[in-house]
Design a protein around this ligand. Sequence first.
Ligand SMILES: *Cc1c(COP(=O)(O)O)cnc(C)c1O
Length: 356
Amino acid sequence: MQLTRKGLWAGLIREFRDFLPEIKDEAITTLLEGNTPLIESVNLKDIFGDIRLLLKYEGLNPTGSFKDRGMTMAVSKAREEGAKAVICASTGNTSASAAAYAARAGMKAYVLVPDGGIALGKLSQAMMHGAMVLQIKGNFDDALNIVKAITKDYPVKMVNSINPYRIEGQKTGAFEVSEHLGYAPTYHFLPVGNAGNITAYWKGYKEYYKEGIISNLPKMMGFQAEGAAPIVLGHPVEDPHTLATAIKIGNPASWEGALKAKEESGGTIGMVTDDEIIEAYRLLAAREGVFCEPASAASLAGAIKLKKDGVLIDGDTVVCTLTGHGLKDPDNAMNASPKPVKVAADVKKILKIMGF
Ligand SMILES: *Cc1c(COP(=O)(O)O)cnc(C)c1O
């Protein structure tokens, strides 16, 4: 199948219509999400040598994370079905995205977030977009269980990634990578929380492969944080902990999907420490000029680890999805960086500090 794109980007439902569930035009709710850049790494050669490393910068979606890809589909479908309200449990980005797309659709959004541990940017987004924000005394897994219980009996549409339309929208990330490169990478690295995204990317690659748009498939490489690594450990984690709050999940909803992606592609589900995550987070910002949030950097941390282990070799093409924007989480950014220097408004004193 030959693909041609022309004109201005129309949002991913219209751009990828042939590959998505049918939807009435008047129900389409879009903020022109998708079409994010695939940025070639140029300053990490000391680590990666002659591996081609590319960064799929999902922080440049309308609300600053890949969640918009799934949300345009989920909210559009909910609207088509006549829903008046959506609900989700969230570690932050899903709530920001649900709130924005619900506002756009003229729907009410209810978001359940853990009380504490939500990055400031994400919480402020959900509030600004007019969602009802419910901070529960519990973690993400508790919040998701409550959402499941409510949507069973009440007329509010669940927009967590167990909503199949979320996965449908998110698979378009793999379409874009395939179109940008003209082939699939050797390895595709992703952070893994609820495991919806790795499930979605694998689905997307397989669909493009089946249509003959790409003639190879990547190995899917999912990385969890060490303190929240249920899939690696093989059992749910009761009290997950990591500073990468977007992947602080103890019982992933798409566990099976992640295992299938790993097994079918010959990939891995691994884990990285918070120190490794923060190191990758800083490298991306300070050396490549790409600011992602901590959870996003778990993908690069995984790639660095597997390069050190000799799994990645020269000539490989490696894509890391950077799932969310760094501005979401100013607190972690401040903690990971040298402090500003306080100095008198005096040219001589400033020059001295500058080293001249
Ligand atoms: C949601 C999220 C993840 C985890 O994605 P899953 O589909 O739940 O595995 C990773 N990073 C960021 C920034 C997120 O918002």
